[in-house]
Write a protein that binds this ligand. Structure first.
Ligand code: SF4
Length: 415
């Protein structure tokens, strides 16, 4: 089966089609595992699992977040909600097919066609105004590409368009905070033009990846394109850009360190870019060594030391649990806010240059209907005042009741 990437690698596939060609090393991290646990929890609850059963699969660190998840903010304005629906998109035939839910990214079982790219949509549904919606649920502190430029969301919206025939699909980036609150970080409405452009881009990327594959298997070096999309590239260890970087890394590091004081502003900016590439590569090297050290000790020559996995007790305050306890004990929002202390953080990091010319990009606007869409809050208050409407809402109705039950149980048990 030809490897065509997946929805989560959309941006990388478009920017660097050769990334589909090199040998890949699969790896996971505790952050990815935490995100998957939260997704599994949402999926289980939406599928009708009792809250305590769904929570059983969540680790202690994420438990309070899931327990306090604000369902009304996440899906309060949606109906026919489905979680973790997997599809295969064929950008050349311009078709998409539904594979199933809860397939665990195990796409190989579906006998994918040579041009099909698999992907899973975190959440899909429909507003009460009838617009198709796809959402990507993110947690953690990493910056997420805005909805208008987000490749994964674009993939999901295009699939929904092809499967349902919807001419407009709203894409949302939903951010889940550690305290269980949810907010829409960005949103956009994709229209027919966007789907066409996306399918063209993906079809072109697949063709380019095939060209790169022919070069690679005939002993050549395919062209690659380095950028932010390299961060999670599974082919980085085999990528010519990074392997040659690794070879020159030590010499470059010494050069950069001694020369930085006399560089022009532009040269110093270029040195930053190079240093960040070295940093990315080094992190990957260190993570790979750590994986090995989890299996066996690695001696460090001439030092009498070795690299090894160790464990020790550490005691941290569980902030989400502490917040939940304070609420249960009757602390008011003002009292909780009073415990928060604000300090100014100074960091040197990459930000948008206010003097740079604006980057040309596709402009997608919310359609006129978007302004008329009711907010989650207004729907929630309408539901509360209209029990007949509440009865019509199936799974959302159930979720609101679940949230209320948690509060009632706590009140009854005097917590
Ligand atoms: S690491 Fe190499 S192969 Fe992967 S996206 Fe970056 S440039 Fe392309």
């Amino acid at each position: 089966m030809t490897y065509n990437g997946s929805a989560s690698a959309t941006e990388r596939t478009i920017e660097c089609p050769a990334s589909l060609v090199f040998p890949r090393a699969k790896r996971s991290s505790k952050y990815a595992e935490s995100g998957q646990a939260k997704h599994a929890f949402v999926r289980a609850v939406l599928a009708g699992a009792p809250l305590n059963v769904a929570l059983a699969g969540v680790g202690p660190k994420d438990r309070a977040t899931c327990e306090n998840l604000q369902w009304h903010s996440l899906i309060g304005d949606l109906q026919s909600v489905r979680c973790e629906a997997a599809y295969a998109l064929d950008p050349i035939a311009r078709t998409a097919r539904y594979l199933g839910t809860n397939v665990g990214r195990n796409y190989a079982q579906f006998n994918l066609g040579p041009d099909e790219i698999p992907g899973t949509i975190d959440l899909e549904g429909e507003t009460y105004g009838g617009r198709a919606v796809v959402a990507d649920l993110k947690s953690g502190f990493m910056d997420v590409t805005d909805a208008v430029d987000n490749g994964q969301l674009h993939f999901a919206a295009t699939v929904r368009h092809l499967v349902t025939g919807a001419s407009e699909v709203e894409g949302r980036i939903e951010k889940l905070r550690i305290d269980g609150s949810v907010y829409t970080e960005s949103r956009t409405v994709y229209v027919t033009f966007d789907f066409d452009v996306f399918l063209d881009e993906m079809a072109h990327a697949l063709e380019e990846s095939r060209r790169a594959r022919r070069v690679f298997f005939s002993g050549g070096t395919p062209d690659v394109s380095v950028g932010p999309w390299c961060r999670y590239c599974e082919a980085m260890e085999a990528c010519p850009a990074y392997t040659s970087l690794a070879r020159s890394m030590v010499a470059d590091t010494y050069k950069l360190e001694s020369a930085v004081g006399i560089l022009t502003r532009e040269q110093a900016g270029a040195a930053w870019k190079k240093a960040k590439q070295i940093e990315t590569m080094l992190k990957r090297v260190i993570e790979t060594i750590k994986d090995r050290a989890r299996q066996e000790n690695l001696p460090i020559e001439g030092t009498g030391k070795c690299v090894s996995e160790i464990s020790f007790e550490r005691s941290d305050l569980d902030v989400p649990a502490a917040l939940a306890l304070l609420r249960e004990k009757g602390a008011t929002p003002e009292e909780i806010a009073g415990l928060q202390h604000t300090t100014t953080v100074r960091q040197v990091r990459e930000v948008n240059d206010p003097t740079a010319a604006p980057k040309p990009k596709r402009v997608r606007k919310l359609s006129k209907n978007a302004a008329a869409e009711p907010s989650a809050e207004s729907i929630a208050s309408e539901l509360a005042a209209d029990p007949v409407a509440l009865d019509r809402l199936g799974v959302i109705d159930e979720l609101f009741r679940l949230e209320e039950n948690i509060v009632l149980n706590r009140e009854e048990s005097g917590q």
